[in-house]
Design a protein around this ligand. Sequence first.
Ligand code: SAH
Ligand code: SF4
Ligand code: F3S
Length: 473
Amino acid sequence: MYERREITTQERIQQQAYCEKVKAHIAGRPHYALVDTYGCQQNESDSEILRGWLVQCGYELTADEDKADLIAVNTCAVREHAEKRVLGNVGALGHNKAKKPDLIVCVGGCMTQQPTVRERIRKSYRVVDLVFGPHEVWQFPELLLKTMERRGRRGSKSRLIAAEPSEGVVAEDLPRQRDSAVKAWLSIMNGCDNFCSYCIVPYVRGRERSRHPADIEAEARQLVEAGYKDITLLGQNVNSYGKGLDEGVDFPDLLARLDAIPGDYVLRFMTSHPKDATEKLFKVMADSEHCAHHIHLPLQSGSDRILKEMNRHYDRAKYLEKVALARRYMPDLVLTTDIIVGFPGETEADFEDTLSLVNEVRYDAMFTFIYSPRPGTPAAEMPDPVTRAEKQVWFDRLLDAANRISAEKHAAYVGGTVRVLVDGETGQTPYNLSARTKGGRLVHLAGDPALVGKFLDAKITDSTTWALYGQLV
Ligand code: SAH
Ligand code: SF4
Ligand code: F3S
């Protein structure tokens, strides 16, 4: 049985004390730290906490590997490709350590939740000093201090410190170095209970646990007051928010509560499992002042047979019904999705079902993946006779459809005027600013960098598959 473990104020203050001890260890000259992030927004959010702790420990942040005295790699396990890339990059840090023997290398994130990966790191990646999982981010200062103390001890053979794997942690009030002054992640829950048969996330992120609504609201208020304009609520399946809490709130309730915070800002969320996206949600979104009319509704497959094998708990008809309902409430809805091609046992006919659904729904953007077997998941045990080359052909056909549709949808914006939030600089000319429509479409603009963080009207003059181009009006 899963146990929820709320970190106490006492425990958090204890971590603060460890920060002071780390600070003492590195006193004397400036020390630099780099955090390298792979994977999804949950990991981006965790990396902001890691950076927050590192700053409290006295480090300055850097993007320069050669300058870094500490490198933390926040890993992702969702596909084999991601894992290989991470391990390759961790191995390459051996060169950095040869030049700088005092370099501290930390590996965190979802990969390290797998015992086999920990074992592999212990055996073959001697460059690594500290391994910890996503459930141990709250106690990073303690782990870092241990690492420093271990290396101070002469003659100790194994330098590796591995955090005791834990689960079910909910931690509030951790320090955070946010990446942007305009856009903010706001994690509302952690973990996943869905166990889609291909997916590793429930195994590495643990069971679903929601933060208390009052804590989320307090953080949202702080963000709005600090001038953040674009707040994205994060969870593996935000639609099951509130399960197990005493407060009796569901996700639409939470959304309505956050929407009531006064100010000029946009509220977004990711990700919605289609089985749990309800009419109540669409209604709250449509009636809200701040909610983006955007839903990321991962389809995964358009074939009923494959959806069943995937353990998704909806079929093609139900999915299409939800899309139609959402569009009835929000005719301007921007709809995006994730699709997996080449799930074990998928046939050409199954693939055609996916393609036809895509052509029917016409997504604004699609994230497409070739199925990657994840050891320990049920799908990894299923017979998978289709070759990689055949899957690649399907994948390319799907990508062509996705690109064609998204180019057509973007072209329809040209000539119109849309309200956008200018969210950053691109470093390019003449389109030196990037902006987002409320639905989340990317718009390139030319203008004064002082406009970053402002909501403005832009006339769309041009478009590509990936983005819109416009002029401020
Ligand atoms: N919780 C989110 C998604 C998390 S993973 C959700 O349910 O939507 C992001 C995407 O990666 C998934 O939507 C899926 O399309 C893809 N994915 C997950 N496991 C995969 C695997 N084993 N192979 C290929 N793609 C996978
Ligand atoms: Fe993975 Fe499914 Fe959970 Fe998404 S809902 S994280 S795809 S198990
Ligand atoms: Fe990857 Fe972990 Fe996110 S496996 S996709 S970083 S939850």
